[in-house]
Design a protein. Sequence first.
Length: 196
Amino acid sequence: MSNEEVEFDLFGDPLPAPEPGAATRGRRGAVPAAQWQQWVDDAALVARYRAGIYWRGETACAYWLSTISSTGHAKFRLGSRTDDSRRVVTGHLLGYQIAHGVLADELGDVVIGHRCDEPSCQQPAHMEVITRAENDADYRRRKNQWPLSDMRGARGRAVAIRDAILAALAEERDVEAAIAAADAAGRPAPPVGTLF
């Protein structure tokens, strides 16, 4: 394997190449289903994950209130340093598996896509298992639609909404109004003085 084909984890360590046909479940590395099952079965871990989410009901986006990646996705630390199982995973990958069951290793290179186009959303009803190619094509089709077209980018949008929620909670203000204001702040100004 050449250096160009080597994948690295979040700590800069090379990831072992998966066996032919083995799942990598996106860019999370080759964490086997058995390890995911241990994490999903850990009630304290699940409670800690859920505590990092601002739930807005059964159908609305549920926003992540902690660490956000450069792509606007939730990041969640789990595992232990003592047994070398320490990992930082994408939050919605964990959340999907908590809600719908652990993904089988045989699925191959799939990702959990957001139907709502909010990368920090943790609402299981907004997620679907799709191939990376389908997810990439779907993004290209909709990248100029709201909220993907937010001027702040995915991370800027996720951070703005997270910070608005946290401030509203701390100051006992209307959280939905804070979310709406953070959402509106990323919209481009309407064109002025156009000829047509």
